[in-house]
Design a protein. Sequence first.
Length: 94
Amino acid sequence: VCKGAPNFILDYCTEQLWEDGSTRPMAEHDKKEVLDIVDSYSSKALRVLAIAVRTFEAMPFDMSDEDVTTDQKFEACRTNLCLVGLVASIDPDR
């Protein structure tokens, strides 16, 4: 599971989850539609995160290789993600 700024997470997404549980390829126009939704939420002072997932049958790096850095592990894992959705929250006044 990856979460983060939508513009960052969307760069790694190749498909998206639909309401019926199916997945479909995610094209550039789909990413633009998501970013338009993000802009709509942001204009209402909401903080927005994107949530994406990827299922592995095996880890995409050698777990026994101590020379593989944490950054390299994250890089290997955050490819071909499936966008699950957006989470919007309001930042309370301080």
